[in-house]
Design a protein around this ligand. Structure first.
Ligand code: PHE
Length: 339
C-alpha cells in the first residue's frame, strides 16, 4: 500500500510541476482524484485487506487525498495570481500622463442677450410666447394693416413658399396670434427668428432675431409705453440710460415712434458709434392701430394697447461693442468665447 501511494504521489508531483493553466490542472485533478483514478481503485480495494489493516489503509489514502487536494488548490491559486498580475501589467495606465482637456461650451452671446431681455420683461409681469416662423400673408401683413400692394411691404421682401406662405419678416404676426387666442389683459413678449431678402453686410442678414412686445388692456396709453421701455433700457444698459422717442410710421401702430437710447460709448456726448447723435435707435413701437384690434375682435372703444419690436442683434452689438453682425453666425470660437 505504502509503495503504491508513493508511486501515485510521485506521478502526481511530476505532472503538477508542468502545469501551465487551469484546464490542465482540472484534467490532472480528475485523473488523480476522479472515479477512475488509481487512488479510488485503492480505496475500493480496502475491502480485501485484513480487518486490522483496513482503518490504517483508509487513513493513509485519505491523508494522501488531502495532500493532493491541498497541492492542487495551491497551484490553482498560483495560476490565478499569475493571470491577474499579467492582466494588470498589460492594462496599466500611466496616470502621470496629461489628460485630454474637455472644453466646456456656454450660451451664445445672442442667447445670453435674449435671456437678459426676457428676464427684464418677466420681472415686469410679461409672459414669453413663441410662434411659427412660416406665416401666411394674412398674419405677416394683412392683419397688421398692410394690404396687398401697400408700399410698406417694399422694405420687407421675404422668401415665399407659395403665394400665401412666407417666412415671417417680423415677429409682429405674434401680436395677431396672441390677440386671437387670449382675452385682454394681455402682456407678452415674443422672441424669434425673422427673415428678409437682404444682402449680407456688417448690419444686415437675411436671418436675424426680433423680440415683439404687446400690452392690451383698458386705459393703456403712450405713457405706459414710455415708462415700460424706459425701465427696460435702464435695466439692460444701466441706470443712467435715457430714452428718446422719435415720430415714425408703422402700419400697425398709431401713433408710432422709434426709440433711441443714450449712446453708452460716449454717454450722449456724441461719437462715431452714434454718428454724433448721442443716441442710438434700438426699437420701433407705438399704440396698436384700431384696425389691428378689430381684426382680432377686440373693441378699440374699450381696449387700447402698445406694441414694440426690437432687433436682438442690434441690442447685442451695442451692448458688447460688436461692429459686424456676421460675427454672430460664423461660429468662430475666438469670437464666441469672449462672452
Ligand atoms: N415689426 C416692426 C419692424 O420689424 C417693429 C415694430 C413692432 C414696430 C411693433 C411697432 C410695433 O420693423
Amino acid at each position: 500500500m505504502e509503495e503504491k501511494l508513493k508511486l501515485i504521489w510521485e506521478n502526481f508531483e511530476k505532472r503538477v510541476s508542468d502545469i501551465q493553466n487551469v484546464k490542465d490542472l482540472n484534467d490532472l485533478k480528475s485523473d488523480i482524484l476522479g472515479k477512475k483514478s488509481e487512488l479510488n481503485a485503492l480505496l475500493k480495494a480496502i475491502g480485501q485487506a485484513s480487518k486490522e489493516d483496513r482503518p490504517k489503509f483508509g487513513q493513509m489514502i485519505n491523508e494522501q487525498r488531502q495532500k493532493i487536494q491541498k497541492k492542487i488548490a495551491d497551484v490553482q491559486n498560483e495560476l490565478e495570481t499569475r493571470a491577474l498580475n499579467k492582466k494588470l501589467k498589460e492594462e496599466t495606465i500611466d496616470i502621470t500622463l496629461p489628460g485630454h482637456k474637455v472644453n466646456l461650451g456656454h450660451s451664445h452671446v445672442l442667447s445670453q442677450t435674449l435671456s437678459d431681455v426676457e428676464n427684464i420683461f418677466i420681472s415686469m409681469g410679461f409672459q414669453v410666447v413663441n410662434g411659427p416662423e412660416i406665416e401666411t400673408d394674412y398674419y405677416n401683413f394683412e392683419a397688421l394693416n398692410i394690404p396687398k400692394d401697400h408700399p410698406a411691404r417694399d422694405t420687407q421682401d421675404t422668401f415665399y413658399i407659395n403665394d400665401n406662405l412666407l417666412l415671417r419678416t417680423q415677429t409682429s404676426p405674434m401680436q395677431i396670434h396672441v390677440m386671437e387666442n387670449q382675452k385682454p389683459p394681455i402682456r407678452i413678449i415674443a422672441p424669434g427668428r425673422v427673415y428678409r431678402s437682404d444682402t449680407v453686410d456688417a448690419t444686415h442678414s437675411p436671418i436675424f432675431h426680433q423680440v415683439e412686445g404687446l400690452v392690451i388692456d383698458k386705459n393703456i396709453t403712450m405713457g405706459n409705453l414710455k415708462w415700460t421701455l424706459q425701465e427696460f433700457a435702464k435695466k439692460l444698459y444701466g441706470e443712467n440710460t435715457k430714452i428718446r422717442l422719435r415720430p415714425h410710421h408703422f402700419q400697425f401702430t398709431e401713433p408710432s415712434c422709434e426709440i433711441d437710447v443714450t449712446c453708452f460709448k460716449c454717454q450722449g456726448k456724441g461719437c462715431p458709434m452714434c454718428k454724433d447723435e448721442g443716441f442710438i435707435e434700438i426699437l420701433g413701437a407705438g399704440m396698436v392701430h384700431p384696425n389691428v384690434l378689430r381684426n382680432c375682435n377686440i373693441d378699440p372703444e374699450v381696449y387700447s394697447g402698445f406694441a414694440f419690436g426690437l432687433g436682438l442683434e442690434r441690442l447685442a452689438m451695442f451692448k458688447f461693442n460688436i461692429d459686424d453682425m456676421r460675427l454672430f453666425y460664423k461660429n468662430d470660437t475666438r469670437f464666441l468665447s469672449q462672452f
